[in-house]
Design a binder for this molecule. Structure first.
Ligand code: DC
Length: 227
C-alpha cells in the first residue's frame, strides 16, 4: 500500500503499545519513527545527572538555562544520544520513569522538546508517538490515533517488558508508576494528554498485534481512499 507523505500522530496512555505499533507502521510504509517520550526521558536523565531535580521531583529553575547546552539526537537505529553518548538503557530505567512526568509538566521543557520534534516533522513521512502529538505538536497531522487499554493489560505489558530486560520490578510498583504518570500527564496545565477531536480511538486491550495493524491499515485505506 502506497501512502502519501503524511505525518501520523499516535498518542495515548503509558504502556498502551504506542511505540510497537508506530515502529511497525514505520517499517511497513517506509516512514521515519520518532519516539517523543524519549526526549522527555533524555531531559530527565540530564536533570538528574546535573542535580537539577530533587528526589521528590522538584525541578530546579536552573534547568531552563542548562537546556541550552543539552544536545539530544536520535541515532540511525532510533536510539537516543546525549551528545556522543548513547543513553538508551538509562532512559528506560525505573529511576527515570518515576520522574519523567514531573519534567514533562514543565512548560519550558515542553517548548524545548516541541521545537526539536517540529524540526524532524518538516520532512514529512514520519510517525511519531507521545501524549500531545496530535493536539499540540502536529495538530495538522493527517492521521491521528489515540490508544487506550485497560490498566491491568497495560501494567502486565510494562512488567513483562521490564522482566525481559533483566529487571526485577514489583508488579505493584509498576501499577503505581503507571497510575501516577497517567494522572500527571492528563492533569498538567500545558498540553495535557487528551484525545484530539479528529483522532481515531484504538482500545487494544483484547487485540492481537496483527489485529491492531489491520485496524490501522483499514483506517488509512478509508481515510485516503486507497485500496
Ligand atoms: O511514552 P513514554 O512513557 O516514554 O513517555 C515518557 C513520559 O514523557 C510520559 O510520562 C509523559 C511524557 N510525554 C509527554 O508529556 N508528551 C509526549 N509527547 C511524550 C511523552
Amino acid at each position: 500500500m502506497n501512502i502519501p507523505d503524511i505525518i501520523i500522530a499516535i498518542d495515548g496512555y503509558s504502556s498502551t503499545g504506542k511505540s510497537s505499533l508506530a515502529k511497525k507502521i514505520a517499517r511497513k510504509f517506509g516512514f521515519l519513527y520518532l519516539d517523543s517520550g524519549a526526549l522527555y526521558r533524555g531531559v530527565t536523565l540530564f536533570a538528574q545527572e546535573e542535580g537539577l531535580i530533587s528526589r521528590l521531583g522538584k525541578v530546579n529553575p536552573a534547568l531552563e538555562e542548562a537546556l541550552a547546552g543539552l544536545v539530544l539526537s536520535f541515532a540511525e537505529d532510533g536510539r537516543l544520544m546525549m551528545g556522543p553518548r548513547c543513553i538508551e538503557p538509562e532512559i528506560r530505567s525505573m529511576e527515570v520513569s518515576s520522574q519523567v512526568s514531573n519534567i514533562a509538566a514543565v512548560p519550558y521543557v515542553r517548548a524545548w522538546v516541541d521545537s526539536q520534534l517540529r524540526e524532524y516533522g518538516r520532512r514529512g513521512r514520519i510517525v511519531m508517538d507521545g501524549r500531545d502529538i496530535g493536539t499540540a505538536v502536529f495538530p495538522e497531522a493527517q492521521l491521528k490515533v489515540f490508544m487506550t487499554a485497560s490498566e491491568e493489560v497495560r501494567a502486565r505489558r510494562r512488567y513483562e517488558e521490564m522482566v525481559a530486560k533483566g529487571e526485577t520490578p514489583l508488579l505493584e510498583e509498576v501499577v503505581q508508576n503507571l497510575r501516577e504518570r497517567d494522572y500527571i500527564d492528563s492533569h498538567r496545565e500545558t498540553n495535557p494528554l487528551r484525545r484530539a477531536d479528529d483522532a481515531f480511538e484504538l482500545d487494544n486491550s483484547d487485540m492481537s498485534f496483527e489485529e491492531e495493524l489491520a485496524w490501522v491499515q483499514g483506517v488509512i485505506q478509508g481515510k485516503f481512499g486507497i485500496l
